[in-house]
Design a binder for this molecule. Structure first.
Ligand code: FES
Length: 77
C-alpha cells in the first residue's frame, strides 16, 4: 500500500491498513516472490472475502526486494 500511495496510485481502504477490510486487495501480475510472506491473518481475510490465489492485501504485503520487477493491478485502476 505504501508503495502504491507513494507512486500516486489510489488504494481503497476502510480499516486504515489494519488488514481487516480487504478493500486494498491487489492482483499480483509479476514479482510475487519479492513480497513479504503472507501470514495467517492475511490469508484468513483473503479467503473470507473470496480472493483469487494471486491476490494480496496491499496493506500487509511489503516489498522485500526493491530491485525486483513487480506488477500489480486492481479492479478500480
Ligand atoms: S486497508 Fe483494509 S485490509 Fe488493507
Amino acid at each position: 500500500m505504501a508503495c502504491c500511495l507513494a507512486a500516486g496510485l489510489p488504494v481503497a481502504s476502510s480499516c486504515s491498513g489494519r488488514g481487516s477490510c480487504s478493500l486494498c486487495r491487489v492482483r499480483v501480475l509479476r514479482g510475487w516472490d519479492a513480497l513479504s510472506p503472507m501470514d495467517g491473518h492475511e490469508l484468513e481475510v483473503l479467503l473470507r472475502n473470496g480472493a483469487a490465489p494471486d491476490e494480496r492485501l496491499s496493506c500487509q504485503a511489503r516489498v522485500t526486494d526493491v530491485q525486483a520487477d513487480i506488477a500489480i493491478t486492481t479492479g478500480y485502476w
